[in-house]
Every structure is written in structure tokens, then in C-alpha cells.
Design a protein around this ligand. Structure first.
Ligand SMILES: Nc1ncnc2c1ncn2[C@@H]1O[C@H](COP(=O)(O)OP(=O)(O)OP(=O)(O)O)[C@@H](O)[C@H]1O
Ligand SMILES: [Mg+2]
Length: 294
């Protein structure tokens, strides 16, 4: 477990400046964040830390606000309360130029993010490098081939996305997400729709890329089994709040009802199988429905 040290509460009164331990330890710090779309509250007082160099999973049911949380970290959305700090900077207060510089250091694999179908694999991975840098084409070529090699797909450089399997396309998307050597890589549902073997390969690739690049990664997913294999720490969100967190070993051993339901894929638990509904027999016309039910 990582320990959050709040430098403002330091008792160090000497003239030596206090080392800001939160920024040296954590790349991302989310502190008591609320967020609502209009009047609909999505995140309610979320706090979490992503230590440098680690891979951290954020898990939770569909619609609980995982993609929203990534958008807050990426600065596309602003928290209505609380702070989102990335590399010691408060993302909510950055001006356009500082935000642009910050985003350049973030790699993102978007949920449902597809490759550009009219470009080769090579050009897909080169896209960000051409957009964001003035590097000469020979250097771009070397960087693209290195990234493709890192995901095991250097041999596909001349192919078009339609010529790849789903798992290969996802790995090319990983290479594209890390083209600019980001300090922070965010993956939104990188396993969706993959067969078990491709899924494991993508999982291992996420871990290897993080460690090889010396990056920090946030992995948003429903796939608890794969996450337990590859991440350092997991957070579980339900109803806009963190309802559990721990290392993979702590999560496997947890007796918290929500975590147990999630890890063991139990049908019923704190998250009920049935969406609230009226009297079933009454709705089917088999028995008079109770007063107050539709
Ligand atoms: N732009 C938007 N405007 C209004 N409501 C939104 C918007 N984007 C998302 N929502 C709502 O906010 C809630 C959280 O959405 P979000 O996409 O963050 O969920 P999620 O946890 O990523 O879900 P999933 O696992 O299905 O991807 C959902 O109920 C969604 O309907
Ligand atoms: Mg989502």
C-alpha cells in the first residue's frame, strides 16, 4: 500500500525546503473530486493516487464514471470540486498552452478508438509524431519501427488496418498511444471484444510498455482477472465513490462484498442483478399489481 504524505501538514520547521513528497511519489493525485454532467452527479468525492512507474487499474460497472475520470485527468473536463494533479500541476487551472504541453506527455488509448482505416499501420503510429514534432522523416521511421517492435508487430508496418486481426489492431493502437514516449499512458477498455489469447497478449504488452518506457499507466477496464495479473494496484468505483482498493493480493483475499462480487463474477451482491422494477406477475397480467407499481 502506498502512503500519501501531505506536505502541507509537515511538521518540519527548518529552513530547508520540504521535499514535496506527493509529487515525487505520485504522478496522478485525485483529491476529493466531484463531477456532474448538468445536474447528474457522476463522481462523488473520489480520491486516488497513481504512483510513478506503476500500472493502476480503475474498475467498476458500466456507467460508473471511469471514462469521465480519465477525461478529468486529461483535462477535457473540469472537476466541480476537488483537485486533479498530474506531475505536480493542477490540471483544472492550466491555461491552453500549459494544457497542450501536458497533453503531449499523455498517451491515450480511447474506448472504441479505432485506427485510421485509410492509413497503413506505419502511418497510424507515425501520425502523432508528424503532428506534434518537427523530427526528420528518417528519425520518425526509426521511432515508429521501435514502437511497432515493442508490441511485436514491426512486420505489419505496410499493412492496412483491415488486414489485421482484432488483437493485432489493438496492439497497433497501443504503439500509436505511446508514439511520443508519454510519461502517463491511459487505456480505456483495452481488452473489449478480444478473445482470451489476444486479451492476455494485450495485457502483457501494456505491462511491458509501461516498464520499458519508464512510464506510469492507468488502465480502465471491466476485466478483473486480467488486471489482477498485470497491475500493481486496483481501485473499484461504484455509485461515484471508491468502494475498495488494494494490491492484487489484497483484492484476491478481500471479503468486501462489492469486491467479492466483482472478482468472483457473482450475479447478485451489493450491485443487484435486477434494475428496480414493478411487480412482475402483475406486469404479466397474472396477478393484480400492487398499488403504487406500474
Ligand atoms: N457527455 C455526457 N453528457 C451527459 N452524460 C454523460 C456524458 N458522458 C457520459 N455521461 C453519463 O455519465 C455516466 C458515466 O459515464 P462514463 O462514460 O464515464 O462511464 P463508464 O464508467 O466509462 O462506462 P462504460 O464502462 O460503459 O464505458 C453515464 O451514466 C453516462 O450516461
Ligand atoms: Mg467508459
Amino acid at each position: 500500500m502506498w502512503i500519501y504524505v501531505d506536505p502541507s501538514r509537515s511538521t518540519n520547521n527548518s529552513d530547508i525546503p520540504v521535499l514535496n513528497q506527493t509529487t515525487t511519489q505520485s504522478l496522478v493525485e485525485i483529491d476529493a473530486v466531484d463531477f456532474a454532467y448538468g445536474k447528474r452527479a457522476i463522481l462523488k468525492g473520489i480520491s486516488l493516487n497513481v504512483p510513478r512507474g506503476k500500472v493502476v487499474a480503475i474498475m467498476g460497472g458500466s456507467g460508473c464514471g471511469k471514462t469521465t475520470l480519465l477525461r478529468l485527468i486529461g483535462g477535457q473536463l473540469k472537476a466541480s470540486r476537488g483537485r486533479v494533479m498530474v506531475s505536480g500541476q493542477d490540471v483544472g487551472t492550466l491555461d491552453a498552452e500549459a494544457m497542450y504541453a501536458m497533453r503531449r506527455k499523455m498517451g491515450m488509448l480511447f474506448q472504441f478508438g479505432a485506427l485510421f482505416t485509410d492509413m497503413t499501420v506505419f502511418d497510424n503510429v507515425a501520425f502523432q509524431l508528424r503532428e506534434h514534432t518537427d523530427l526528420p522523416e528518417e528519425m520518425i521511421r526509426d521511432l515508429v519501427l521501435m514502437k511497432l517492435d515493442a508490441v511485436g508487430l514491426r512486420g505489419t508496418a505496410k499493412l492496412f488496418p483491415a488486414e489485421l486481426s482484432g488483437g493485432m489492431a489493438r496492439r497497433v493502437a497501443l504503439a500509436r498511444a505511446v508514439a511520443l514516449d508519454p510519461m502517463l499512458i491511459m487505456y480505456d477498455e483495452p481488452f473489449a471484444g478480444l478473445d482470451p489469447i489476444s486479451l492476455a497478449v494485450v495485457g502483457q504488452t501494456i505491462r511491458r510498455l509501461n516498464d520499458a518506457l519508464g512510464a506510469t499507466s492507468i488502465l480502465v477496464t471491466h476485466d478483473v482477472m486480467e488486471s489482477l495479473q498485470i497491475v500493481d494496484y486496483l481501485y473499484f468505483i461504484s455509485d461515484g465513490r471508491i468502494v475498495g482498493h488494494g494490491t492484487p493480493d489484497e483484492i484476491r483475499a478481500s471479503s468486501e462484498p462489492f469486491i467479492k462480487q466483482f472478482v468472483h463474477a457473482e450475479l447478485d451482491g451489493p450491485t443487484p442483478f435486477h434494475y428496480p422494477a414493478g411487480n412482475y406477475a402483475g406486469e404479466l397480467g397474472l396477478a393484480p399489481s400492487k398499488a403504487g407499481t406500474p
